[in-house]
Design a protein around this ligand. Structure first.
Ligand SMILES: C=C(O[C@H]1C=CC=C(C(=O)O)[C@@H]1O)C(=O)O
Ligand SMILES: [Mg+2]
Length: 467
């Protein structure tokens, strides 16, 4: 029975596709065709997994409360740049959508033509071998998109038709590929065996933290976020769909994301929203200041109280609130920021949390806001320019997309970006994990080292590594 419903809805989808493609007889230049229908329930991870022949051209996104999921397979359109990328992405996206043929009667955000991608933390840092497959900005509109929104499921086919395409052949190829992605079960693969786990230069890192506190005491900087790496090697290739499934189960209150490029995949379970936009309502988040979870309820509560009253952590947090408030006020009215942070508990640690709300002025897009906000002092530091220059010079590795905006937007100006922390770059049987912390005047190198050790745990646990 279920199978029949699925076949019925896909036949509607394929009819729409046929009609949309057929209307484009005399193309002079390339044009995006996008068709959407509602589907019966389908596991987005099964869809993602079924798209394994499109390795290097997939993405995955789950909102922190799991109510919204996107799984994208294959590239219909790719927008990439080795510049900063925000403007180029915006221009090409607007041009694409202005000329697109869109058949989407659903009102759901995140359906129809959706762009998903991310940006490097610092496009002016010299590139590195680790991140060679990730340009400074990369966004793609998937050929096949599955959207789970609340209890509803939608499928979108996006195709870029060019004048030399045979529409009949293209149509058949899309239908064949789409049919293969639907109706599959998700299968959790056994975890590959961990062979080696290595923290990169921890003593050198602690020395840099010490030097940083001295620069801060000398009044040159207010706050700098410093990060470090860990490398884990496994007996066989890491299965991305299985890893995403584990992260979804283990890391509540965290976005789970993946973006594939070539043989590499950037994966994470981040609690930190940069910006969400829905019907011009803007939501941003200040998340900075950290303490461990307690082993008992009493200890946990005690730690939470300590964090809420700890001057060093409150200072880390305040830098972020001030900057985000100022940035949001440039593009929003009715900005609302609570006066005091509250706790944001996660599986392995708890943070100080302040939500920021506003109503976006007409004429601004989500990419404008992302550009304004990145990097917040939860990822870079304060003053912004000076702290980025400091990181560029002093941090002994390349952040690539770690601590950067990653997310999606649709043709109706809805979208959401998170900052890609609690993350790892996976290439075949190797994972490079990243973890950072806010260094302020009263930071102690050993304490910051331990804080970053806890921040490795979400990825490390999901990969099967040890504490
Ligand atoms: C930079 C990271 O965390 C940031 C987000 C929350 C709390 C932070 C902190 O307390 O230091 C960091 O600013 C990371 O996890 O790699
Ligand atoms: Mg901290």
């Amino acid at each position: 029975m279920e199978g029949n419903i699925l076949i019925q809805t896909t036949s509607t989808l394929y009819e729409k596709l046929y009609r949309s493609i057929a209307t484009i007889d005399s193309l002079h230049s390339s044009k995006l065709v996008s068709v959407t229908t509602e589907l019966e329930e389908i596991n987005p991870l099964a869809f993602y997994q079924a798209g394994s022949t499109f390795k290097g051209e997939r993405f995955y996104w789950s909102s922190a409360d799991r109510s919204f999921t996107l799984a994208g397979i294959g590239e219909a359109v790719k927008i990439e740049s080795d510049e900063e990328g925000f403007q180029i992405t915006e221009e090409q996206w607007v041009d694409l959508i202005n000329h697109a043929e869109i058949d989407n009667v659903t009102n759901a955000s995140g359906t129809g033509p959706v762009a998903f991608g991310g940006f490097a933390f610092d496009p002016y840092k010299q590139s590195s071998v680790t991140w060679s497959e990730f340009p400074n900005s990369s966004t793609m509109v998937p050929r096949f998109l599955l959207t789970k929104s609340g209890t509803k499921y939608f499928i979108t086919i996006n195709a870029l038709l060019s004048p030399e395409d045979s529409t009949a052949l293209f149509y058949q190829e899309l239908v064949d590929q789409c049919t293969k992605l639907l109706g599959k079960e998700f299968k959790q693969n056994p975890e590959p065996q961990l062979i080696q786990q290595e923290e990169v230069a921890p003593e050198e890192w602690k020395r840099i933290v010490k030097d940083t506190t001295e620069e801060i005491k000398a009044g040159k900087l207010g706050k700098v976020v410093l990060a470090r790496e860990m490398i884990a090697t496994f007996s066989s290739d890491i299965n991305i769909a299985s890893l995403l499934n584990t992260l979804q189960e283990q890391q509540h209150q965290s976005y789970v994301f993946a973006y594939e490029r070539g043989d590499s995949c950037f994966v994470g379970a981040t609690p930190e929203r940069l910006v969400k936009l829905e019907d011009q309502e803007l939501l941003s988040t200040c998340l900075a200041g950290t303490i461990a979870r307690g082993k008992t309820v009493e200890e946990d509560r005690y730690f939470g109280e300590q964090l809420l009253h700890d001057d060093k952590n409150l200072q880390e947090h305040e830098f972020v609130v001030n900057m985000i408030k100022t940035a949001v006020e440039t593009c929003c009215h009715d900005v609302d920021v609570p006066e005091h942070p509250v706790l944001y508990p996660l599986r392995n640690l708890q943070h100080l949390y302040t939500p920021v709300r506003g109503k976006l002025y007409n004429g601004y897009t989500i990419l404008d806001v992302v550009k304004q906000l990145h990097p917040t002092p939860a990822l870079g530091g304060y003053p912004i320019k000076e702290s980025i220059e400091f990181i560029r010079e002093k941090e002994p590795f390349h952040r690539g997309w770690y601590a950067s905006p990653i997310g999606w937007f649709d043709a109706r100006d809805n979208g959401e970006f998170a900052v890609a922390i609690r993350s790892a770059l996976i290439s075949n049987n190797q994972a490079v994990l990243f973890s950072g912390c806010g260094v302020v005047e009263d930071s102690h190198p050993q304490a910051e080292y331990e804080e970053t050790a806890i921040k490795f745990l979400p990825m490390l646990h999901a990969l099967g590594g040890y504490e």
